[in-house]
Design a protein. Structure first.
Length: 128
């Protein structure tokens, strides 16, 4: 592929895959605990969710990579409220909400936790 045929760059994520070891354990965590909209389950061992137009795929066939995936940052408006709600549902956070950076026009806050396969996930909140 030459550089002339690639004009716009990559800027739209269609799907993110998360390796898991047990699809039957992971689907309820993402659906019931995290409150994601479940789309469908496909064989063998795949579960799909809608995250505001970006599809999240739980991938049991890739289970040898569970816990070693990329960090997924979920943008929220009220980080302390979401932290409290998820904590009440049994989510164990590695860190409580804390200030990451003071930007010129907002403060960036995050809190980190893991799914049942130790994949790291995060809440992020831009406070203006």
């Amino acid at each position: 592929m030459n550089s002339k045929s690639f004009h716009g760059g990559l800027n739209l994520i269609g799907q993110i895959a998360v390796p898991v070891t047990d699809i039957d354990r992971s689907i309820p965590f993402y659906r019931d605990v995290l409150g994601m909209r479940f789309l469908f389950q496909a064989a063998p061992g795949l579960g799909f969710f809608d995250c505001a137009g970006i599809r999240l795929m739980l991938d049991e066939p890739a289970k040898e990579n569970a816990g070693n995936g990329s960090v997924i940052y979920f943008k929220v408006h009220e980080i302390q409220t979401i932290y409290d709600e998820l904590s009440a549902k049994g989510v164990n956070f590695e860190t409580p909400p804390h200030l990451i950076a003071k930007m010129p026009d907002h403060d960036l806050w995050m809190a980190f936790f893991r799914d049942p396969d130790k994949n790291i996930l995060a809440l992020m909140c831009e406070i203006y």
